[in-house]
Design a protein around this ligand. Structure first.
Ligand code: PTT
Ligand code: SF4
Length: 610
């Protein structure tokens, strides 16, 4: 097999053992890489009902067959596990030097099980695989720990780490790298912490095996050139994802005061234009010429790398309207290893709970100092932070007295930063995302607002959600490359089957990639259903209650809200198109069509398939 290395590293932290495993060509062809490998491994090997924070849980770092080659934006990695935040399938995707290094060490994935007796880190240097003592790193924030590891193992190495949040099992802990890259929103950092695994450090020097290296090199160079010539390139380099603040404010979809409103009166103070005046440097992922990490100095004079999600969830969503203050909260999240989206949502939820007198907590809207205190407490799981650090769903269950009505999540994962009182298509995207409410699989909101907002519940929105899920959640997450060249600059999708073929020698059309996406989606859904013992219903795919029951009170969209019955109709259209039944479970015929017959037999042990 060219393109793929064909090898996984298995790490059993309980036994202190590592082993290299060849994987089958069938796995490579049916699941390609990244998320595809992750869900198949979890489906095949994870014991049913495993506690996500127990040694039995599997933690998977997986790249894909185009990752690491010098082609556009190929420096990403998928981190996946059974999620301690949602109880279902969880993953995230981050850009990091660890990603090309993993490929160059001759591996396509690392699968970690067990729990180390003491704080440890995993060192991969080509064929050397060691579990090492991390006593000197435990307790350090992610910046300090990474700096120590780079001193010890060289600047060319890449590191995936956790901060104190992961160590203390905060359910909103993420995996971080390179002082400002983060991935694994559904608590992947807590899974690392539960295994006493502080970091994975990787340095690979091998040649990556390509089917046609010369062609791949040429295609890569042409791709970089084409990206530079795209109309939007200069604008993108100026603001990156931060331009979305201006756009969302204008469209009335900027999460504000815990998603109660869609406009924020201080939005201009935290938007991309303000950021442009403060930016000091831009950073990015490996193999990328679109570097979108805009760095500003925070209130303490420290660097903070901003993105749209970070700024709105730690800004408008909690009423903070000062970019430097937002920068400080963002920097704290990166150091502590807290997901900014989860953290911003939990802060907003806490502020509202305090306002309603449901908790005895000294925090109010826009409270910068109070937010800093609560971030620390959520990371260290102490005081009230021990409740909010469980995520909004579990925190609401603990608080009771109707707190669930304003917990903004789907399946336990906090919504990313798109206010959907008048965006049923985007609400459907959150509702059906395979990991809970994340925009990454189907960011249809821009299309929805520009084309169809007036035809609120048109079924073409279900088509669009599926189209995006196939491209983003299927192709990009399995090839493991950044989707921004395509979605932000219009870099054509046809490039990717070409890269894939030059890397592997295997021809796959775009339609084949869409079938791959459908297969991965069906298996992820099967995983959720199996973990729920077959007790599954369509209400699992509903967006937060607030969007139905509490109309907006401000801005041009005042009075607007989603309609439950119409949303449900859209959801049904989605199920019909996917070949899933009324409960949202893939039918037997669908599983068979997607080359998942064996998996269907397993699923039938838990639920009768239609
Ligand atoms: C992603 C989620 C996002 S999505 C953002 S900003 W975004 C937040 N970033 C965080 C952060 O920073 N620090 C932190 N402590 N927590 C954070 N949580 C939030 O996590 C990211 C870019 C972005 S910026 C996006 S959309 C794209 N995401 C991609 C994806 O998912 N797949 C893919 N193939 N390509 C993508 N390209 C873009 O990458 P999660 P990164 Mg992130 C600091 O992982 O769990 O999916 O959550 O990876 O390297 O930081 O790049 O407006
Ligand atoms: Fe990373 Fe941004 Fe480049 Fe994507 S566009 S690879 S997120 S720097």
């Amino acid at each position: 097999m060219k393109g793929w290395n064909g090898r996984f590293l298995r790490v059993d932290l309980t036994k202190g053992k590592t082993a290299v495993q060849d994987y089958s060509e069938d796995l490579a062809r049916r699941f390609v890489g990244g998320r595809g490998f992750a869900v198949k491994l979890l489906w095949d090997e994870l014991k049913l009902g495993t506690d996500p924070l127990s040694p039995d849980n599997m933690l998977i770092y997986a790249v894909g067959p185009v990752t690491g080659f010098v082609i556009p934006n190929s420096g990403k990695i998928v981190v996946a596990s059974k999620s301690p935040l949602t109880g279902g399938y969880g993953d995230g995707n981050l850009g990091t030097q660890a990603s090309p290094n993993l490929r160059k060490s001759g591996l396509d994935a690392v699968v970690v099980t067990g729990k180390a007796k003491k704080p440890s880190y995993l060192l991969i240097e080509d064929d050397k695989h060691e579990i090492r003592d991390a006593g000197h790193l435990w307790g350090l924030d992610s910046y300090k720990a990474e700096a120590r590891l780079k001193e010890e193992h060289g600047r060319a190495s890449g590191a995936l780490l956790i901060g104190p949040a992961g160590e203390n099992l905060s359910r909103i802990a993420t995996v971080v790298s390179q002082e400002g890259r983060a991935g694994g929103r559904p608590g992947m950092g807590a899974v690392m912490g539960s295994k006493n695994l502080k970091a994975v450090v990787i340095h690979g020097t091998k040649e990556l095996p390509a089917h046609d290296p010369e062609k791949l090199r040429r295609l890569g160079q042409e791709g970089y050139q084409q990206i530079l010539k795209k109309d939007n390139y200069k604008w993108w380099k100026r603001q990156g994802t931060m331009a979305t603040v201006e756009w969302c404010q204008e469209a009335g979809t900027l999460p504000t005061y815990n998603f109660r409103e869609g406009v924020f009166d201080r939005a201009p103070e935290i938007d991309g234009n303000t950021m442009e005046k403060q930016v000091t440097v831009q950073r990015g992922c490996p193999n990328c010429n679109m570097t979108c990490g805009n760095v500003i100095m925070d209130t303490e004079g420290r660097e903070s790398e901003l993105d749209y999600e970070n700024v709105t969830m730690l800004g408008s969503n909690i009423g903070v309207g000062d970019l430097k203050q937002v920068g400080t909260l963002n920097r704290m999240c990166d150091e502590l290893g807290l997901d900014t989206i989860g953290a911003g949502s939990c802060l907003g939820f806490a502020m509202e709970a305090a306002e309603k007198g449901l908790v005895d907590l000294d925090i109010g809207w826009g409270d910068f100092e109070g937010s800093q205190r609560l971030l620390l407490d959520m990371a260290y799981m102490r005081g009230m932070g021990a409740t909010f650090g469980l995520g909004t769903r579990k925190a609401a269950e603990k608080i009771g007295r109707g707190a669930g009505d304003f917990a903004i999540h789907v399946k336990g994962l906090e919504c990313s930063a798109y206010e959907c009182h008048l965006c049923p298509g985007m609400a459907l995207s959150f509702g059906t995302s395979p990991i809970g409410a994340h925009h990454k699989d189907a960011w249809v909101i821009s299309w929805e607002i520009s084309t169809g907002r007036r035809e609120f519940y048109d079924e073409n929105k279900a088509d669009k959600v599926i189209e995006f899920q196939r491209i983003r959640g299927g192709m990009f997450e399995c090839l493991v490359a950044c989707r921004f060249p395509w979605i932000e600059l219009g870099f054509e999708l046809d490039h990717y089957p070409d890269y894939f073929e030059a890397a592997t020698g295997v021809k796959m059309s775009l339609d084949d990639f869409w079938a791959l996406g459908d297969r991965v989606y069906a298996l992820i859904r099967a995983f959720w259903v199996r973990e729920h013992g077959g007790r599954w219903g369509r209400e699992m795919d509903h967006p937060p209650k607030r969007w139905f029951d509490e109309p907006l009170t401000q801005g041009a969209l005042k009075g607007k809200h989603l309609f439950r019955d119409k949303y449900d109709g859209l959801l049904q259209a989605y199920y019909d198109r996917r070949g899933w039944d009324d409960r949202g479970i893939p039918t037997k015929a669908t599983m068979e069509r997607l080359n998942l017959s064996r998996e269907a037999l397993e699923l039938e042990k838990f639920v009768k398939l239609s």
